[in-house]
Design a protein around this ligand. Sequence first.
Ligand code: SF4
Length: 107
Amino acid sequence: MRELICPRLCRYHKPDKPEEVGCGGVLWLEARSHLEGAVAKLPPQPGRGLYGLDADDPRLLAVCRACPYRAEGCDFRDPGVPPEACEPCGGLKAVAGLLATGVIQEL
Ligand code: SF4
């Protein structure tokens, strides 16, 4: 699942530094391997794009609330970071894509 999400959808991906923990979106999707095919079909979203979903969609907020990186400080969810200076991680984009295309309805 990480290979489908991180290199293609995440601006923060560092190929030489594999994520040890994983963001909230990746962790949620890793527990649902039957969604791999649908994730693979998601086109990359530039910038802050979340496939048309609002960043404050309660389902996306729930993913971020459970994210291990949130406590360390995620720029995208930090109200002190200007929107133009950050974008959502690939895991959140992937969950948003599946919600927006109706592959999943709820978390
Ligand atoms: S946008 Fe930030 S808080 Fe939300 S899942 Fe990604 S890294 Fe975690």
